[in-house]
Design a protein. Structure first.
Length: 73
């Protein structure tokens, strides 16, 4: 399994926010409340980011967030 390139630039600011909060172990409901969005909208941002990055699991998403320094390990 090779490393994916860091493709932070393809994400919107909101997608990066959602990824960061997921990596910080926030639930979709908590993220929605923090950002003033509906849970469905948060799910849509998460799905869009994962699609753009060709990531299939939350674990991969967290690893991506750490590699791109969206969160600290």
């Amino acid at each position: 399994m090779g490393e994916r390139p860091l493709r932070r630039s393809v994400l919107t600011q909101r997608e990066r926010q959602v990824i960061r909060l997921i990596a910080e172990a926030c639930s979709i409901k908590d993220i929605a409340e923090k950002l003033g969005l509906s849970p469905k909208t948060v799910e849509a941002h998460k799905a869009s980011a994962m699609h753009k990055l060709k990531i299939r699991t939350i674990a991969e998403l967290v690893r991506y967030a750490i590699r791109c320094k969206l969160v600290t390990p």
